[in-house]
Ligand binder design. Structure first.
Ligand SMILES: [Zn+2]
Length: 127
C-alpha cells in the first residue's frame, strides 16, 4: 500500500527522469493525452467510452509495477494478457506492452506451470 512518502518519491522521480521529458513538454503544450494532476504526470486514454488516467511510471519503477501486478499473492501469474490488463488500467510508460511480454515470458513459476505443447506425430486422416 502506498503512503504519502512513496507518492512524493515517485513525483520527484518523475520530475528528474529524462525519459519523461517529452511528456512533460507535451503537458505544457496542452496536449490532450498528457496532463498533470496534483503534481503527478498522467497519460489520458479512453477505454470503452470512459476516460481513464494512467500514471506515467518513471525509469526504474516498471519492474516493481510488473512484479506487483504479475506475482501477486492472490490471482498471481495469470499470464501476459491479464497482467497487461492489470497494469494498463493504471500505469503507463514507453514500451509497456513489450516490457510486460518480456517479463511474463521470462517468469520461472509460469514456465513451470505451463502445459507442455504436444503435437500429433501422425496426421489425422478421415476414414
Ligand atoms: Zn509468472
Amino acid at each position: 500500500m502506498a503512503n504519502e512518502c512513496d507518492c512524493k518519491a515517485v513525483v520527484d522521480e518523475q520530475k528528474v527522469d529524462a525519459t519523461l521529458d517529452l511528456w512533460w513538454r507535451m503537458t505544457s503544450q496542452n496536449n490532450r493525452r498528457m496532463f498533470v494532476g496534483d503534481g503527478i504526470l498522467y497519460h489520458r486514454d479512453e477505454v470503452c467510452v470512459h476516460q481513464v488516467k494512467h500514471m506515467c511510471v518513471p525509469y526504474g519503477r516498471p519492474m516493481q509495477v510488473m512484479c506487483l501486478a504479475h506475482a501477486a499473492v492472490v490471482d498471481g501469474h495469470l499470464g501476459n494478457q491479464k497482467t497487461s490488463d492489470r497494469i494498463r488500467l493504471n500505469f503507463f510508460w514507453s514500451y509497456v506492452k513489450h516490457d510486460i511480454l518480456s517479463y511474463t515470458s521470462s517468469c520461472q513459476p509460469c514456465k513451470f506451470r505451463t502445459r507442455a505443447k504436444r503435437t500429433d506425430k501422425v496426421p489425422i486422416t478421415p476414414i
